[in-house]
Design a protein around this ligand. Structure first.
Ligand code: NAD
Length: 409
């Protein structure tokens, strides 16, 4: 499996080859400002002690406090967190929000922990990281396998340690603890806004067929939103595998099915397939919404989608990017496509700091206005530089960060 941080640096080099930045800036932006690793001792329900490894990587804060989610996964390691922190710095710059980039994680399979163990682990991560966190310093959020409930425990632990009562140090919180309306569906909805702003420019048919890998916060919300807007979701998957139904899946019914049966398999009228087979299905839009390194040099030649919207972070390797570009399959990069999540997280932070609570309609209107504007800017940059959307997005983001760091264009 390729190292995601090396992939991120290789994406940086590809963008820098199209528009060369000051070499001093490239040297500086290629490394994180700070990496924190901690041991988190947790008393398990049976009285035994387990020690987990936790991370926070703070990549760059020239444009504002470090911002980025916390991932709980058995494969999470420092390289993954470093890549995600770097992409967050670029993503916040792409979205034009006043935040830098950071990311956190714990190497753990949360499905193996009881709720009490999960809470003690989450509070332990905050105790270990408290020195580097704060509303003006570093503001974490949910990511894979972390939820509003976990953010609630974290913000409570941080308040006990620091005395900070703004609740602004974590976003993605429950509404009762200062969460924002609309934060749950924000990444999927933002993905739809970005897609809709680009659709006609790439001749993607309105109401076409959609395949989605991942059925969590991002994939599940994207499925509902695309379906509500007239698209046919023909295949979905989770970590156990996927299902396909060419005449379209009813997403609400599928959610119910998964809740009752714990798996997508066996959903009436569908047939099962592997995640690899799912990625290679013919469709108008393919949405990877699970993890990194899903489309690689191995399978990029077999992708039959007409258009790819990267809602996961880092699902396409640089080698695959080159193949897809050569085959004329447009890819909307993660740092643009999934920036709706961090944008609404930033709205949440702003509401907490001002003591305000905005309506869902206000949140969505602000999100759409911002994403329409930034998507168009990146599309125009890609046309002007005769390059793909990923390199254009990197170039726009790097330009904004470089300026904030005092480098000239
Ligand atoms: P989640 O934990 O809610 O869901 C993850 C989903 O991926 C689950 O359905 C899981 O079963 C599935 N999955 C895991 N391993 C898989 C595999 N090998 N093959 C297929 N499916 C697999 O996480 P999420 O918040 O939906 O995040 C998904 C992706 O979106 C991640 O890359 C994350 O970094 C990115 N992202 C999330 C947000 C957000 O707001 N939550 C924002 C931006 C980007």
């Amino acid at each position: 499996m390729s190292n995601p941080f090396e992939n991120a640096l290789s994406q940086l080099a590809r963008a820098n080859a199209v528009k060369a930045f000051d070499p001093k800036f490239i040297k500086q932006i290629s490394v994180p400002n700070r990496e924190v690793r901690i041991s988190i001792p947790v008393t398990m329900d049976d009285g035994s002690l387990e020690v987990f490894e936790g991370y926070r990587v703070e990549h760059n804060n020239a444009r504002g406090p470090y911002k980025g989610g916390i991932r709980y996964h058995h494969d999470t390691d420092i390289y993954e967190v470093k890549a995600l922190a770097f992409w967050m710095a670029l993503k916040c710059a792409v979205a034009g929000i006043p935040m830098g980039g950071g990311k956190g994680g714990i190497t753990v399979d949360p499905k193996k922990l009881s709720k009490g163990e999960l809470e003690r682990l989450s509070r332990g991560w905050v105790r270990g990281m408290a020195d580097v966190l704060g509303p003006k310093k570093d503001v974490p959020a949910p990511d894979v396998n972390t939820t509003p409930e976990i953010m609630g425990w974290m913000v409570d632990e941080f308040a006990k340690i620091s005395g900070d009562t703004t609740n602004a140090t974590f976003t993605g919180k429950p509404i009762a603890l200062g969460g924002s309306e609309g934060r749950g569906p924000a990444t999927g909805l933002g993905g739809f806004y970005v897609f809709d702003a680009l659709r006609a420019k790439y001749n993607v048919p309105e109401g076409g067929s959609v395949v989605i890998q991942g059925f969590g916060n991002v994939g599940g919300n994207a499925a509902e939103i695309f379906q509500k807007n007239g698209y046919k979701i023909i295949a979905m998957s989770d970590s156990k595998g996927g299902i396909v139904k060419e005449d379209g899946l009813d997403i609400k019914a599928l959610e119910e099915w998964k809740k009752v049966n714990g798996t997508l398999a066996g959903f009436p009228g569908s047939r099962s397939l592997t995640n690899q087979e799912l990625l290679e299905l013919p469709c108008d839009v393919l949405i990877p919404a699970a993890l990194e390194n899903q489309i690689t040099g191995e399978n990029a030649g077999k992708i039959q989608a007409k258009f790819i919207l990267e809602l996961a972070n880092g699902p396409i390797t640089p080698e695959a990017d080159e193949i897809l570009y050569g085959r004329g399959i447009p890819v909307v990069p993660d740092i643009l496509a999934n920036s709706g999540g961090v944008t609404v997280s930033t709205f949440e932070w702003e509401q907490n700091l001002k003591g305000e609570h905005w309506s869902e309609a206000d949140v969505f209107a602000k999100l759409k206005e911002l994403l329409d504007r930034e998507t168009l800017a990146i599309y125009e940059e890609s046309i002007a530089l005769k390059t793909d959307l990923r390199r254009a997005a990197f170039i726009v983001a790097l330009g904004r960060i470089a300026k904030a760091m005092g480098y000239k264009d």
